[in-house]
Design a protein around this ligand. Structure first.
Ligand SMILES: CCC/C=C/C(=O)SCCNC(=O)CCNC(=O)[C@H](O)C(C)(C)COP(=O)([O-])OP(=O)([O-])OC[C@H]1O[C@@H](n2cnc3c(N)ncnc32)[C@H](O)[C@@H]1OP(=O)([O-])[O-]
Length: 291
């Protein structure tokens, strides 16, 4: 897995950089941005996107914007047919939406942030490329949304890692398109229970319920993702893409039709005093748990 060792090396060398830098080599163009490393293995047509925004890869406005731009670049690159999404931060895939973006800011900021969350999901869910999540750490809330928006999920077999849409535990509500995405993955009944209780599933329970498709030892997650990718890429692109679109278009169209009202809903919800209080209390509880 040359692609993986090169990414690790690139991360060590360039982790301190605060500005985008492109390193072009003969066969493996590497783009090391502020929050995401992207390496495209041209001969194979597969890119690895590694989230690298410590401490927890939370989805800030900055992160989401970079994510959408990076994915769009790959989408428009005829040499790229598949993307493996994973994390460069130990023990964390992504902690979900950055709660700081939802606390103490203006209504305009919330609207801009929510549009960026929508954009990330639209780009990932409708991607024509094969998308595989290599889940090598904790994966709550928005992190879980990213994973279930991919075509296939491989999770590290580590009892300490969990995945799920835990929004209600924060006193907030996952919007209809989060609900649709997970329901398309695990079915209506499991989603109903999962969302109401804000359940976070251990890796083994996640496999049982179908949030993830496969568990492998932690050190094998990326190799397993690469192996699965080659199976999916053996299918002719056109037939696979039309099949994917047939399954996902109604879900995508629902948000596209209601995009502005969904933003308004989010803004009026998140600006409520009671919701601001819940989010602040939750942030404090995270800090206390740490101490
Ligand atoms: C309606 C909208 C739908 C919402 C969708 C969402 O995604 S809502 C999101 C729902 N997401 C969740 O409920 C997940 C909440 N997070 C967790 O459960 C844990 O952080 C963990 C299990 C991901 C990692 O555990 P660990 O022991 O390895 O790490 P740690 O816990 O020590 O944290 C390190 C630092 O990161 C900070 N920070 C953490 N998360 C967030 C965040 N999302 N944002 C911002 N900051 C966050 C944390 O405060 C701490 O900061 P400090 O004190 O250094 O300044």
């Amino acid at each position: 897995m040359m692609i993986l060792s090169r990414l690790l090396g690139c991360q060590e060398q360039l982790g301190f950089l605060h500005q985008s830098k492109e390193e072009l080599t003969d066969s493996h163009p590497v783009v090391c941005n502020r929050n995401i490393l992207v390496e495209l293995e041209e001969g194979v047509g597969v890119a690895v996107m590694k989230m690298k925004s410590p401490p927890v890869n939370s989805l800030s406005l900055d992160f989401l914007t970079e994510f959408s731009i990076s994915l769009e670049k790959l989408e428009n690159d005829r040499g790229c047919r598949g993307v493996i999404l994973t994390s460069a931060v130990p023990k964390i895939f992504s902690a979900g939406l950055d709660i700081k973006e939802m606390c103490g800011k203006s209504a305009e900021h919330y609207a801009e942030f929510w549009r960026a969350v929508q954009e990330m999901w639209l780009k990932l869910y409708k991607s024509n490329m094969v998308t595989i999540a290599a889940i090598n750490g904790n994966c709550p809330a928005g992190g879980c949304l990213m994973a279930v928006s991919c075509d296939y999920r491989i999770m590290a077999e580590n009892p300490k890692y969990s995945i799920g849409l835990n929004e209600t535990q924060l006193g907030i509500v996952a919007p209809f398109w989060f609900k649709d995405t997970i329901a398309n993955t695990i079915g209506h009944r499991a989603t109903e229970r999962s969302l109401q209780l804000g359940l976070l599933y251990s890796a083994s329970d996640a496999l049982k319920i179908g949030i993830v498709d496969e568990l492998v030892p932690e050190e094998k997650v990326l190799n397993a993702a690469a192996a699965t990718m080659s199976q999916w890429l053996a299918i002719p692109d056109y037939a696979r893409q039309i099949s994917k679109s047939m399954m996902r278009k109604p879900t995508l169209d629902r948000l596209l039709t209601h995009r502005e009202s969904d933003i308004q809903n989010f803004v009026s919800f998140v600006t409520k005093d009671s919701i601001q209080k819940s989010l602040q209390t939750y942030m404090e509880s995270l800090k206390q748990r740490k101490g």
